[in-house]
Design a protein around this ligand. Structure first.
Ligand code: ADP
Ligand code: MG
Length: 214
């Protein structure tokens, strides 16, 4: 089972890993944006994790993701703020008001987060954003579940799809967000939001891929 204890631990891990990538993400955003993406993501995940840790013992999975959403949104002024806040609100809805959920349903949380980011940002694949990572990762989750693959294999495919998706943004021209102003000059550079999304998905998929499916 995926428990509230698991989610609290997962967010601590996300805060730590994204925190360690902060400077590199700012550097990537400096090339085609305003160099604040590492700060946004590090502050956001630190706030999300703290908000979860501040909840009472009785908090449900939905409470945790909603607290993460609120914490992230309050901490981040950049466009990644509302995007990840919406992702977590969708995950809250998918997880529901329960203290644990079967591990085999865990991929639905990734699908829900991707849908939240898409509906909030209105970006399509190919526009050089984090959607180019979240959408193929969610598709891998959906296909893996539909084919009845073991959780470990689904998580491996999610990680591969995310890594490929981030790499694919290098050959895209940005048409959404701040870097859209650069037009053709955005070519050749990885999108910072896609890079951070890959880190987020890798942490989640590595964690869940090590678990049994009960
Ligand atoms: P800002 O651009 O406000 O400084 P950040 O630096 O935190 O915000 O995040 C930039 C990232 O946000 C981009 O690299 C891109 O991946 C993502 N992004 C921007 N606009 C959108 C959108 N409409 N939909 C999805 N992702 C977006
Ligand atoms: Mg920025």
């Amino acid at each position: 089972m995926l428990t509230t204890g698991d989610i609290a631990r997962l967010f601590r891990q996300l805060a730590e890993t994204i925190g360690a990538a902060r400077d590199e993400l700012c550097r990537l955003d400096g090339v085609i944006g305003d160099a604040d993406h590492g700060i946004a993501m590090a502050d956001g995940f630190a706030a999300a994790s703290s908000a979860i840790d501040a909840l009472s013992e009785e908090a449900t999975l939905a409470d945790q993701f909603n607290a993460a959403a609120k914490g992230f949104l309050n901490a981040v002024g950049a466009s990644s703020g509302p995007l990840y806040a919406t992702a977590f609100m969708r995950a809250a809805k998918a997880a529901g008001a329960r203290a644990e959920m079967p591990m085999i349903e865990a991929p639905t949380l990734i699908i829900a987060m991707a849908e939240g980011i898409r509906s909030r940002g209105k970006a399509e694949q190919g526009e050089k954003t984090m959607v180019d990572v979240w959408t193929p990762a969610a598709a891998a989750a959906e296909q893996g579940m539909a084919s009845g693959l073991p959780l470990r294999e689904i998580m491996t495919r999610i990680r591969d799809a995310a890594t490929e998706g981030a790499e694919s943004t290098k050959s895209m021209v940005a048409t959404k967000g701040r870097s859209a102003r650069l037009g053709e000059r955005s070519l050749g550079h990885i999108d910072p939001g896609a890079a951070s999304a890959t880190i987020v998905l890798n942490v989640i998929a590595e964690d869940w891929g090590q678990r049994g499916t009960a």
